[in-house]
Design a protein around this ligand. Sequence first.
Ligand code: RBF
Length: 341
Amino acid sequence: MKKTLVLLSLFILLSFLFSGCQKEGAKAEFTIAVFIPGVVAGSPTYELLVKGVEKAVSSHSGASLKVVEGGFNQGAWEETVTSLASTESYDLIVTSNPAMPEICQNVSKKYPEQKFLILDGHLKGNPSIFTFRFNQMEQAFLAGHFAGLVTSSTLPGATNEHKVGLIVGQTYPDMDRAIRPGFELGIRTAVPDGTLDFRVVGNWYDAAKAAELARDMYDHGADIILTIAGGANQGVITAAKERGRYVSWFDINGYDIAPGVIAGSTEILLDRAAFEKTSLAIEGKLSYGNSEIGGVKEGYVRFVTDDPLYLSNMPEDVRKALSEIVVKIEKGELNLEMPLF
Ligand code: RBF
């Protein structure tokens, strides 16, 4: 009896020690680094990226995540991504913005084993890289159409002039070939004599500069400004409040950020795409080498028409006209292809 007890205790002790050792020495089964080309705070697409990857990691046991902010010195991004790849500790590097495919492609030449998932970017044919982007022609078209409806409305902040603004952090091919033209087309289909005042901040953080630009635009007749400038977006809100005018938000539901000032908001479901594609990568099912695009029909791009602030602040005729154009895109009666570049 005594011998059995001793053996039993020994067994319990050993199994306890063994399980302890396993935990201590256990390597996470799938390690992910998220590289933020900028900073997370204030940048809608990066906030969505982190949210989506975090969700994928927490729903797969054994997966782990490290978020690395690259900051605003764009010239240093490639070096940081290279140093992440050189550690050979990450099964996957996830990142987001249209400049990242080229940077990751360069890193991939030196570290061909390193796998990449890039959101909001486009590249096909590299067996280590998967990209997913959004139909921002559709997204910007909807924002433009809404801005056209607002500037020609009887809203208190709408002047007689049919002028709309767009403030961006910097120019880049997706902006020049999809977002800006989509926005202009949207304005003109709502109000044929609508014009666009387009300004560039020069970076993604200077809210004071953005406020200065926005004040000038409002003072020259713009009733609503679409702002795509990261942390600098806050400056546009400040100016709109001062002038009693409107802001249009991009990428993430923005109504709550400045109720009554953010008149309209589109969103891209980058968090959903990041969750889905990261999950596939963890499960070993992501088809590297390919690229995908998600738009209105696929449910990755939408104008947020069901927010209580939108419903209470926007007149019914504006909401009705906007919903009609959304339906046209959903039904395929209006085709807004992303240009190939
Ligand atoms: N968007 C942000 O909100 N914050 C940024 O810091 C930011 N940096 C960018 C840097 C580069 C080089 C490029 C090409 C785009 C950047 N964007 C940034 C824009 C972002 O990728 C996206 O195009 C817009 O948010 C519209 O969806």
